[in-house]
Write a protein that binds this ligand. Structure first.
Ligand code: PGA
Length: 212
């Protein structure tokens, strides 16, 4: 069976208390699937809450951050380093369009690439050597309720893999819901989904995992 990644990107949502509440609700409805890696990406501040809950309840999900510093540990006020994140999370999202819009460059993205879920907005964005998981997220599809067509996402996934032989998995992101998830995951070249809005509700997110 094909392996899939289903990623919840909570963005700048949820306090620690709300994150815990989401985990409790999700725990009630989540049905683990052998071929699916579920990755929950809360804010930095909720990483311990989500990671502790997942570990102590043996929930069977991975935890991811939404960013890391380009710098190694040191005198960099306000930054969070990869080694700090690694204590709590095995994955990190980098290069999201919502960060590139605020000035994140290709060079900065390449510094962050180890173990990252690299977001690209089209097939022409640079994919640094070593990036294994890429999420194709067309800007027009993010948070709009207008996802790309599965056929186009498939075409772009194929192109990304052809251009960058080191890429192992291409995910699709942009207005994914429990209703449309399988149209993407049924595509041969698409190995999962990155979910924003619809991941904020634990029941909807567990439906997405079920239907993928
Ligand atoms: P969306 O966001 O699912 O709310 O469209 C996806 C993302 O930005 O990663």
């Amino acid at each position: 069976m094909r392996n899939l990644f289903i990623v919840a990107n909570w963005k700048e949502n949820k306090t620690k208390e709300e994150a815990k509440e989401w985990m409790r609700e999700f725990h009630k409805v989540y049905q683990k699937r052998d071929n699916v890696t579920v990755i929950i990406c809360p804010s930095f501040l909720s990483l311990p809450t989500v990671s502790d809950y997942a570990l102590s309840n043996d929930l069977g999900v991975e935890v991811g951050a939404q960013n890391i510093s380009v710098f190694n540990t040191g005198a960099h006020t306000g930054e969070v380093s990869a080694s700090q994140v690694a204590e709590l999370a095995r994955y990190v999202i980098v290069g999201h369009s919502e960060r590139r819009k605020n000035g994140e460059t290709d060079e900065q993205v390449s510094e962050k690439i180890n173990n990252a879920i690299l977001c690209v907005q089209n097939q022409n964005i640079q994919v640094p050597d070593g990036a294994k998981i890429v999420a194709y997220e067309p800007i027009e599809a993010i948070g709009t309720g207008n996802p790309d067509t599965p056929e186009n996402a498939e075409k772009i996934a194929k192109e990304i893999k052809m251009k960058n032989s080191w890429v192992e998995s291409v995910l699709y992101g942009g207005s994914v819901t429990s209703q449309n998830v399988s149209t993407f995951t049924n595509m041969e070249e698409i190995s999962g989904v990155l979910v924003g809005g619809a991941s904020l509700n634990p029941n909807e997110f567990s439906e997405i995992i079920k239907n993928a």
